[in-house]
Write a protein that binds this ligand. Structure first.
Ligand code: NAG
Length: 360
């Protein structure tokens, strides 16, 4: 039953990710399919955050075409194919795997000449997908007050300084400074009210708040790499340029964070969040620009954080539960009888006269 359900959802999602939209005379329009959604099932102890995808094999993926985010025209979609997205949670952390075909390009130290990915989540109820929250204020006037309700949470990973298979994101040094930065691998935790009012967590035009953290961790990989034993920076560029293959980006974050500034999305088991995924690629070797990214959708996409698999324990059959209950009842009757007997035996034994041991 459960499996059939998953497949039905997968088929519906796969069959309905055709997204039509375009920008007409400055007026944004987007017809996204309301049936599309991504499920993050409860699958504890399954994946390791290492950039490798082997451990995700048993998890259903969702495919999305990558259209230019600024002008989602089908003619200009990413030529490397669709992005496959997988998600799950273990009751504590949520995990994401992004898989996209792409010839290997890597330019050490130059983020814009390497592929890059970002996740964006709705935080404030009024925050729109379009315009990163859509607050109407400009950089001089956008504040946590004037843009209240328009907050989005962003995780951006630029791999120009990130060794494949190594973990980046929240680290002791940047988190001690109380912001969402990552000086080692540029896997940063941001928030925004619109594209021009975008800051690292904890940094704000009206003053910094040192309570913020980078709550994300992640790693990347490309399957043209031939070693699994662990790269170091000197191995760059890790593989020869132009090799056919697939990029993998793997991320995790705790379902809840200690954010008190309305800069992090908070996930709730059994509920949905709204999100989207962006992808940058140096097409024909040309460095990408901030707004020149592809997106898997032109509006928010629901992400369902499923509750623990009650379906699975139910399918473990009711009769075995009955047997367990009967056995427990039997055990408690035996225990009760033996305690009655023990009490009787002890009280009877008391009538035997006490004999001091040194008299023997
Ligand atoms: C906030 O932090 C940023 C980055 O560390 C720094 O450049 C800026 O001067 C700080 N602003 C204030 C008001 O302290």
């Amino acid at each position: 039953m459960f499996r059939v359900g998953i497949w039905l959802v997968a088929i519906v999602v796969l069959g309905s990710t055709l997204v039509k939209s375009h920008e007409e005379s400055g007026e944004w329009s987007c017809e996204s399919d309301s049936e599309s959604r991504v499920a993050a099932e409860f699958r504890p102890g399954l994946v390791t955050l290492d950039g490798h995808a082997d451990d995700w094999k048993g998890v259903d993926g969702f495919d999305f075409p990558l259209l230019p985010a600024v002008d989602p025209d089908d003619d200009h979609k990413y030529s490397g194919g669709k992005m496959t997205l997988k998600a799950l949670h273990d009751g504590k952390d949520v995990y994401f795997l992004l898989k996209v075909d792409g010839d290997y390009v890597y330019s050490k130290g130059d983020n814009n000449k390497c592929p890059s990915v970002a996740l964006m989540f709705q935080v404030g109820e009024s925050a729109s997908y379009h315009n990163m929250g859509g607050c109407k204020e400009s950089p001089g006037t956008c504040t946590s007050k004037s843009c209240r309700g328009y907050e989005v949470d962003i995780m951006h990973f630029s791999i120009g300084n990130a060794v494949p298979g190594r973990l980046y994101g929240g680290n002791v040094i940047d988190n001690t400074q109380g912001n969402g930065g990552d000086r080692f691998g540029h896997l940063v935790d941001l928030y925004a009210w619109n594209p021009h009012c975008r800051n690292l967590d904890g940094i704000s035009p009206s003053g910094n708040d040192s309570s913020a953290q980078n709550d994300w961790k992640g790693a990347w990989w490309h399957d043209s790499f031939t070693t699994h034993s662990g790269f170091i920076e000197e191995d760059s560029p890790y593989a020869s340029s132009g090799k056919k293959g697939t990029y993998y980006f793997e991320f995790s974050r705790s379902l809840r964070t200690m954010d008190r500034l309305q800069q992090d999305v908070q996930f709730t088991i059994g509920q949905s969040s709204k999100f989207s995924v962006a992808f940058w690629y140096p097409v024909d070797g040309n460095p990408w620009h901030g707004s020149g990214h592809y997106s898997i959708s032109c509006d928010w996409l629901p992400l369902d954080i499923s509750a623990g698999s009650s379906v699975l324990s139910k399918s473990a059959s009711g009769s075995s539960w009955d047997a367990a209950n009967a056995f427990a009842l039997l055990l408690s009757v035996v225990a009760f009888c033996s305690s009655v007997f023990l009490g009787y035996w002890v009280s009877k034994a008391k009538q035997v006269p006490f004999t001091p041991i040194n008299n023997l």
